[in-house]
Every structure is written in C-alpha cells, then in structure tokens.
Write a protein that binds this ligand. Structure first.
Ligand code: KG4
Ligand code: ZN
Length: 342
C-alpha cells in the first residue's frame, strides 16, 4: 500500500468517445484542473459520433489539452504521482489515442500507469462531488453504453446486481431524439422537449411496480416510440414531439428508479449514487430523490459537468486503485479494449 499521508496527484486522461480530456486531481477528491475539449459540434452534423473523426480530433487536441491541464493545476509532470487512463470501454480508435499518449508519458517519465475502466470513472465522479460519500452503497449506472445496478463493496470492488438485456438507456434517448428530429446528443434535447409536454402516451404499458427483478430492457420502449411516430406519419396525423418526449422520458426513468428502489430495499442499503451521462437528467434526479425519500435513503449524483465524459472522474478512480496498488500496468503492454465488463 502506498503512503496515503502525503498528497497524491493523479493525472487523468479520457478519450473513449467524443471528449478529449485531461485532469489533475489531488487525493482522489479535489479537482485542480479538468480540461475538456468536446467534439459535439462536429458530430452533430452527422447525427451521432463518427468514430474515425473522433480519433482524428483526439490526436489533434490531446497534447494541447494535456499542457493546459498541467498549467491550470499549477504543476509540472514531475509533481504527478500516477497517470490514470481510460483503457475501455469505448470506441477503439478513440481509446487508442488516450492510451498511447498515457503509455508514452508513463514510459518516458517512469510514472506509474493506472488502467481505468470508464464506468469506474463515472462512479468516481460522485467521490469528487460528495466528500463524505464512501462505499458501501448501490450505484445506478446510466450512460450511452450501459444501464446497470451495482453494489459498491469498496472503492475498488463492485458486484453487478442487474444490467440491460438489450439497449442502454442513453442509446434509447439518442434513438428517440433522432426519430423526433432532434439533434445529437439526444438526451438533453429529449429532456428539453419533455418539459413542454404531457406524459399522456403509454408506449409499453409496462407496470414497473409489479416487476421484481433487476435487469433492464429498452429496446421494446424504443421500438414502441418509433412505431408510434411512423404510424402517426402514415395516417397523416399530427405528432406532439413534447408529448412523445415526456411520455418516453417518464417510462424510461420509471424503469430505472423502480428497480433501484427495489434493489435498495432488497439488499438493505440506504445510499444510492447515480453515474453516467443520463444521470444529468433532471427528471431522473427528481424522481429518484422523491422515491428514495419515502424509504429514508439518500441519493447522490455528480454536478452536470461531471456527469458526462471527463478526465477528473478517471483520475479519481485511478487514485483509489493507486493507493491500493491495483490496476497498475506496464506502459509497454497496455491494450485499449472496446468492450470490458463492469
Ligand atoms: O456517460 P456518457 O457521457 O457516455 C458514455 O459513456 O456512454 O453518456 C452519454 C449519454 C448519451 O446517450 C446522452 O444522450 C445521455 O448520456 N444524456 C442524457 C442527458 N445528458 C446526457 N440523457 C438524458 N437526459 C440528459 N439530460
Ligand atoms: Zn461515459
């Protein structure tokens, strides 16, 4: 175990999708810098992330983002104790850029390289936001690629409770957005439209109160929304996009909230943290707050800027691995991996 008395500075690197980000975090919780170069405006033109374009832009930006992160933190690479990098899951061509940058930096400086699972990073965003939060707790992971409930046994050990059997919730938000003619990224735009609509369409008619298991499914809901829109168009009927968005959002969120509350009760936890891009959804936050309150449980979520991809969360997750001597890898052999288990 590394000496935890001394301040530990971790440099985080994230490039798994369309954000190039580098951050410096002190002792896993204090963000000294978190520079994010987003490519959203570029990918918006194509209605979604184009992997090849994402990789090229990471290559173009990473060196500048790295230097800005050190400068803003007021440190040099000599002050850094470890280099944490997202090695998966994500777009392979995008991951390669961050991983190769981190490998070269680690090899040339002799600083330890820490391989971080992207989802572990999303969970750790909660440690930055809530200095009092410590495992054990339940975490609901809701992102573009995952929908899962995990038991956080310690800072570095987690046990899967349930996961999606088909699509991820964020993917469903993005597909519904596209079908509604809303731009990428879909989630925030669906949320914005939903604010002006009524949740008056029953897409799947599923009663989540009655379902007592921990696995999720979003493909049925997504298909029901798409069919609803196609049928309306074929009949030449008017479609209220705000109502479609409000109804979809309500069903999508009820599913994760009901299952989370069921898991808290069944496993005897009184803390739940939300992680991943969809945890930025305000309806999810309100609904989870209200339902958790009924059973005396506390809800934690990161601030909006730490919900979507960023390197501070990677540095935080890296820190907890580093102090336990875990996930420290050889800079000559680390391989980026597009699919890894939670
Ligand atoms: O965690 P993330 O940044 O990337 C992955 O690791 O997948 O999540 C991106 C997802 C996208 O599907 C995006 O539409 C969704 O998070 N998202 C939202 C909101 N903000 C982002 N979904 C619903 N409501 C939001 N406010
Ligand atoms: Zn993410």
């Amino acid at each position: 175990m590394t000496n935890v008395e001394k301040d530990i500075l971790i440099l985080g690197i994230e490039s798994s999708c369309d954000e190039t980000s580098v951050s410096v975090v002190r002792n896993g919780r204090e963000v000294l810098s978190n520079i994010i170069s987003t490519q959203i405006d570029i990918h918006k033109l194509y209605g979604g992330v184009v992997p090849e374009i994402a990789s090229r832009n990471h290559v173009k930006n990473i060196d500048t983002v790295y230097h800005e992160a050190l400068a803003e933190a007021g440190v040099t690479i000599d002050d850094i104790d470890g280099i944490a990098v997202t090695y998966g899951a994500g777009l392979l061509g995008a991951l390669i850029v961050g991983v190769n940058f981190a490998k070269a930096l680690s090899y040339s400086t002799g600083k330890p390289l820490i391989a971080v699972n992207h989802i572990e990073g999303h969970i750790a965003a909660n440690y930055i936001a809530h200095s009092e939060l410590k495992p054990p707790f339940v975490c609901l992971i809701v992102s573009g690629g995952h929908t899962a409930l995990v038991e956080m046994k310690s800072f570095t050990e987690r046990k899967l409770i349930g996961t999606t059997t088909d699509d991820a919730i964020g993917e469903a938000f993005d597909k519904v957005a596209r079908e509604c003619g809303l731009t990428y990224p879909g989630g925030p735009n669906v949320q914005a439209q939903a604010k002006f609509g009524e949740s008056n369409i029953k897409f799947t008619g599923m009663d989540f109160e009655k379902i007592k298991d921990y696995n999720f499914s979003y493909s049925g809901l997504k298909t029901a929304v798409i069919n609803y829109i196609h049928n309306k168009k074929q009949r030449g009927e008017k479609i209220s996009i705000p109502d479609v968005c409000a109804s979809f959002e309500s069903e999508a969120i009820c599913q994760v909230v009901n299952k989370s509350i069921f898991a808290l009760k069944q496993f005897g936890y009184n803390k739940i943290a939300l992680a991943g891009g969809v945890s930025a959804n305000l309806y999810l936050r309100d609904k989870m707050d209200a339902e958790a309150k009924k059973i005396g449980a506390s809800v934690f979520y990161p601030p909006l800027n730490l919900c979507t991809d960023n390197a501070a969360m990677i540095a935080s997750a890296g820190y907890y691995n580093f102090i336990e001597g875990k996930s420290i890898v050889d800079p000559k052999t680390l391989v980026p991996t597009s699919n890894i288990a939670l």
